[in-house]
Write a protein that binds this ligand. Structure first.
Ligand SMILES: [Zn+2]
Length: 138
């Protein structure tokens, strides 16, 4: 289960990824395919994040495709047909977006997998913690 809580940060990661494609990919067709892959990845993460799991240890994103009923484990590589054909796929784009998003995350309370608890930030009933320095935490 992957949930993007900070839409602004996620938006910035997407913008950066698109800018990077613009700067680094010279082939026009390839550029277009990557831009499409990133756009699809952004939508898929928003709408189907529930079918995705990010693995910190190898930076891979596990995606259960509802359409094909396949499970893809994407980081730099993928198991889908597009990747086999040497084309950009949204799985890889999504894995990268999620990785960059999480790396940009400096307030660990803002993004977490559902069900996880951070015990030291639990409200103990005496004080209501809302900020740590300039960082809003709830
Ligand atoms: Zn793929």
């Amino acid at each position: 289960m992957l949930e993007i809580e900070n839409k602004d940060r996620f938006g910035k990661v997407i913008a950066d990824a698109l800018a990077k494609i613009e700067l680094t990919v010279t082939d026009a067709g390839m550029k277009k395919r990557w831009i499409n892959a990133i756009a699809k990845a952004a939508v898929e993460i928003e709408e189907n994040g529930v079918f995705m799991t990010y693995q910190e240890d190898d930076h891979s994103l596990i995606i259960w495709s509802q359409k094909s009923n396949n499970i893809y484990t994407a980081n730099g590589v993928c198991q889908c047909r597009a990747f086999e054909q040497g084309s950009p796929c949204f799985h890889r784009a999504a894995a990268r977006l999620v990785r960059l998003y999480l790396e940009a995350e400096n307030a660990p309370t803002e993004v977490r997998m559902q069900g996880e608890e951070i015990p030291y930030l639990k409200n103990n009933g005496y004080t209501k913690v809302e900020r740590i320095g300039a960082i809003r935490i709830n």
